[in-house]
Design a binder for this molecule. Structure first.
Ligand SMILES: [Zn+2]
Length: 252
């Protein structure tokens, strides 16, 4: 959800992002997730819930619950002397496009004034209006296409070998077995979840192995076979767990 801070003009005389302190600490909780300063810098304030949306409805979210279902991004600007500027719009378009890439275009870009039209009209003073902001997000920039609009590297390409090894060790022990859940139906649901996870992670593990190998000669066919066997062994052991759990938990 997009906003403008509507901070008073005098505050902007000495700072490119005068509202940062207030929205981070002013009320004892976060008021946005991201704040865009006058120089176009995007300040990451908080993960999780921020108190930015207030009462409202529509746009695929439960009534009055947008703080739980959206993250808030605000321009530090107002609707009179200090409107949104070109640097901020450039950042917003790229940030919005990056979000769309990350969430595979499943995110809606909602304006605060659309969520709560009776009491809010921000973000204000977007040249061309809200539709122009959405269009810029779609094309990935406001004014200036640059080489930066090429897709970023994946986390697998950025992670170090030791980080990856540590991650693989942790993931290897992430699945819980029997006694995770005493309710049989719940156990079955969890089993389905784990089966899906195991199948989905197979591709990732293969890719991880490629990365760890770092260009060395690797027989990927053999690795693939081993992974398939690992998954089928895991499924067999999950089934054994389910049988055991149902039997031991029966009470009548
Ligand atoms: Zn707002």
């Amino acid at each position: 959800m997009w906003h403008t801070t509507e901070t008073v003009t005098s505050a902007f005389r000495n700072s490119t992002v005068p509202t940062l302190g207030y929205v981070t600490n002013g009320l004892g909780y976060n008021l946005y997730n991201i704040l865009i300063g006058r120089d176009g810098h995007a300040y990451l304030i908080a993960a999780g819930t921020a108190a930015h949306a207030g009462k409202g409805s529509g746009h695929g979210m439960p009534r009055d619950q947008a703080n739980l279902y959206s993250f808030g991004i605000s321009f530090d600007s107002n609707n009179n002397t200090t409107p949104v500027n070109a640097a901020q719009l450039e950042t917003a378009a790229r940030l919005g496009a990056a979000i769309d890439r990350e969430w595979k275009n499943s995110i809606r870009h909602v304006m605060h004034g659309e969520w709560a039209p009776a009491r809010r009209s921000d973000p204000t003073k977007i040249p061309g209006g809200w539709s122009a902001l959405r269009a810029a997000i779609n094309r990935g920039y406001w004014n200036t296409p640059t080489t930066n609009t090429t897709p970023g590297r994946t986390w697998l390409e950025m992670v170090s070998k030791s980080e990856l090894q540590s991650l693989l060790r942790q993931e290897g022990w992430a699945y819980k077995g029997r006694d995770e859940n005493r309710d049989a139906y719940s156990y079955l649901r969890n089993t389905h979840r784990m089966v899906a996870a195991a199948a989905g992670e197979r591709a990732g593990l293969l890719e991880a192995i490629r990365q760890v190998a770092g260009g060395a000669e690797v027989d990927l066919g053999a690795i693939e076979k081993a992974a398939e066997k690992g998954v089928s062994d895991a499924l067999a052991s999950l089934e054994a767990d389910v049988t055991l759990t149902i039997n031991t938990d029966q009470e009548d």
